[in-house]
Each structure stands twice: as C-alpha cells, then as structure tokens.
Design a protein around this ligand. Structure first.
Ligand SMILES: [Zn+2]
Length: 72
C-alpha cells in the first residue's frame, strides 16, 4: 500500500478520469480559458483523447486530506 505524500495515511488506488470527452492533463497552474493548455508552466500530458472511452490515469486518493496522486 502506498502512503499519502501529504499526510502519510493510506491511499486508495483508482483513476483520475475525464467527465466529458477530452484529455486529462496536469500543470503547475490551471491555464486560462483562452490560453493553450500546452503552453502552461509545467505542462504534462497525461492521456490522449480516446473516442468512446473516458480518458483516465492511474491515481491514488487520500480521503483524509483530499489529495490525489497521479502516475503517468
Ligand atoms: Zn493525505
């Protein structure tokens, strides 16, 4: 079992997934609506858009401090 990097409690394994058609991404800051997300500081592409499926990435959820850790 993996421990939470924030509080050290046990993490629940799961997936971070999109709620609409599209790609999942991670960046240091959420880019503005009119900014190309790929140009955001620290941008990391997690998934490609997949037709007929939700984009998802393996993630670990900490219910104690509401932290999600994502692997890519
Ligand atoms: Zn935690």
């Amino acid at each position: 079992m993996t421990a939470c990097p924030a509080c050290g409690k046990a993490l629940r394994r799961g997936y971070l997934f999109s709620t609409k058609d599209g790609a999942l991404s991670f960046a240091d800051e959420v880019p503005g609506v009119f900014q190309n997300a790929k140009h955001a500081e620290g941008f990391v592409k997690l998934t490609n858009m997949e037709l007929g499926r939700r984009a998802s990435a393996e993630a670990f959820c900490c219910n104690a401090c509401r932290t999600i850790t994502v692997r890519y």
